[in-house]
Design a protein around this ligand. Structure first.
Ligand SMILES: [Zn+2]
Length: 93
């Protein structure tokens, strides 16, 4: 994976519970990412202690509040999560 990969962090927030999750978009597609986990191959196979570029981008985005926020109601959580999960698990052509 190129070191200069451009990544983009989206935060999905659900109200009124305040539940949230992050999706990090990079050159290898969309990834569900936390500060300690990522669905990308780089994280799951190389297991570097510092994590992958998505985890590093997420930590930086949280620190700088530089993510894009998408707000939904709690009723929409399962639908939105399912939609994002489909983007994450389907392989790019
Ligand atoms: Zn990753």
């Amino acid at each position: 994976m190129p070191r200069n990969e451009q990544v983009y962090v989206k935060k999905y927030v659900f109200n009124p519970s305040g539940s949230s999750f992050y999706v990090v978009l990079g050159s290898t597609g969309d990834h569900l990412t936390t500060e300690h986990f990522c669905t990308c191959n780089d994280f799951n196979f190389r297991k570097r202690p510092e994590g992958c570029v998505h985890m590093q981008a997420l930590r930086r985005a949280i620190r700088e509040k530089s993510y894009e926020v998408y707000s939904f109601s709690d009723d929409e959580l399962s639908q939105v999560f399912k939609y994002e999960l489909i983007d994450v698990v389907f392989m790019p052509r």
